[in-house]
Design a protein around this ligand. Structure first.
Ligand code: UDX
Length: 435
């Protein structure tokens, strides 16, 4: 299959490279010439474990190339994936579809022969219909089938998720397109990954319903964690106790500072808006969104409390800035709100993140960016673990304490055991666990 990816951001790039690895001929296209130039030179625009090696192998094998040129690439493709960004529109939370529609117009003008146009970007229900309308209006001769094929990739584990998916969801209304999509995913089909064919609208909704459910699940365990703190219970044991029930499942029950990232915050908001627009509000998700927002402030207050209610002029070390480990993505990271709130309380922030500091600098300039966790902790009154990077899991606690002005460790990801930390003379706070 000759595949064109329009948009070489996170989703487009990972999907394109993995399709090439399946043996398809893939062209990844992006309007950003600097990004394409970097990719051609083997430099990745994002941090994703294993991505650079996979790009190199597939470029060498002649199955993967990068371009800024769209017209010819569309004409040559059997399948064109739209994998452009759908950011939250400023002001109303709706997904901004202007890049998707622009891509549809360009595809329509350039398409030759039967071509399957697949929306991989996360798009609200009904977007596929609009993409089809735009293509037919722009070029009534175009022989296309418009398909929805949402992605479920987790940053940091995206390649693994792509190659071993729980399921592949494909929404379509065209038998020829079904054949093509089956061929595109054939290597996974042979691995018995369930492939769910459904209507286009259903497929679009599955993506939002899945992400909103996971956001809800996290928010639920976060609220249970708050209750645990009040009643002296342990949220990790509660999570294990409920997660062993097959109907609940043990994943996504880690209490923490609230969910962030490029998907959950944006997708929950978009689902809320779609539901409201259709007079079918999903109040559970409306509430999830507001609880998660408030939670970040609450985490900052937790740090302030750990320092006896006063952080004015005090140095606080933040370990971990990205919204989760193994990514350099700062989008909607809880660290941003926590840091801003602590600064509002008068604290001075020193921070360290293994991969996220370059992106963090773009959103927060009044932070002292340290060389490592120990450098960040120098003279600090508290160390706060916001992201559970592996390298923070086995800190030399004696060394850490020696560097600090005051030994307080606030562990917002529950990666330490209280006995171990307090044995080193720290005041230790975590999330939803007895002191
Ligand atoms: C998510 C979905 O998992 C993926 O299927 C979708 O396609 C894109 O969005 P991602 O945003 O990369 O992936 O990360 P994920 O691992 O899902 O974590 C999202 C956020 O939830 C992070 O901030 C993480 O720290 C938080 N989280 C996750 C928890 O607080 N507790 C958990 O148990 C799991």
């Amino acid at each position: 299959m000759r595949i064109l990816m329009i948009g070489s951001g996170y989703v487009g790039l990972v999907s394109g490279v993995c399709f090439a690895d399946f043996g398809h001929d893939v062209v990844c296209m992006d309007k950003d010439a600097a990004k394409i130039e970097a990719l051609r030179a083997g430099r990745m625009p994002i941090y994703e474990p294993g991505l650079d090696a996979l790009v190199e192998t597939n470029v060498k094998a002649g199955r993967l190339s990068f371009t800024t040129e769209l017209v010819e690439s569309v004409a040559e493709a059997d399948v064109v994936f739209i994998a452009v960004g759908t950011p939250s529109r400023r002001g109303d939370g709706h997904a901004d579809l202007s890049y998707v529609y622009a891509a549809a117009r360009e595809i329509a003008a350039a398409v030759k022969g039967f071509t399957v146009v697949v929306t991989k970007s996360t798009v609200p229900v009904g977007t596929g219909d609009e993409v089809e309308r735009i293509i037919r209006e722009t070029n009534p001769e175009a022989d296309v089938a418009v398909v929805s094929n949402p992605e479920f990739l987790r940053e940091g584990a995206a390649i693994e998720d792509f190659k071993r998916p729980d399921r592949i969801v494909v929404g379509l209304h065209d038998a020829r397109a079904k054949e093509v999509m089956t061929e595109v995913y054939r290597p996974l089909y042979l691995n018995q990954a369930p492939m769910l064919f459904t209507s286009r609208r259903t497929s679009e909704l599955i993506k939002y319903a899945a992400n909103a459910f996971l956001a809800l699940k996290i928010t639920y365990i976060n609220e249970i964690a708050d209750l645990c703190e009040q009643v002296g219970a342990n949220v990790q044991e509660v999570a294990r106790g409920i997660g062993l029930d097959g109907r609940i499942g043990s994943k996504f029950l880690h209490a923490g500072p609230g969910y962030g990232g490029s998907c959950f915050p944006k997708d929950t908001l978009a689902l809320v808006k779609t539901a409201q627009d259709h007079d079918s509000p999903i109040r559970l998700i409306e509430t999830t969104v507001s609880i998660n927002e408030q939670r970040k402030e609450a985490m900052a207050r937790k740090v302030v409390r750990a320092l006896q209610g006063d952080v004015r002029g005090k140095r606080i070390a933040i370990l971990g800035l990205t919204f989760k480990p193994n990514t350099d993505d700062m989008r909607d990271s809880p660290a941003i709100s926590i840091i801003r709130s602590l600064q509002d309380h008068g604290a001075q922030i020193a921070a360290y993140d293994p991969e996220g500091m370059e992106n963090a600098r773009k959103v927060m300039d009044n932070v002292l960016y340290a060389e490592g966790p120990y450098e960040a902790a120098e003279g600090a009154e508290a160390v706060v673990i916001v992201t559970e990077w592996n390298q923070f899991r086995a800190l030399d606690l004696a060394r850490l304490k020696g560097l600090m002005g005051h030994p307080v460790l606030v562990d917002l990801r529950n990666i330490y055991r209280a006995e171990e930390v307090t044995r080193h003379g720290f005041v230790y706070e975590s999330v939803g666990r007895p002191q």
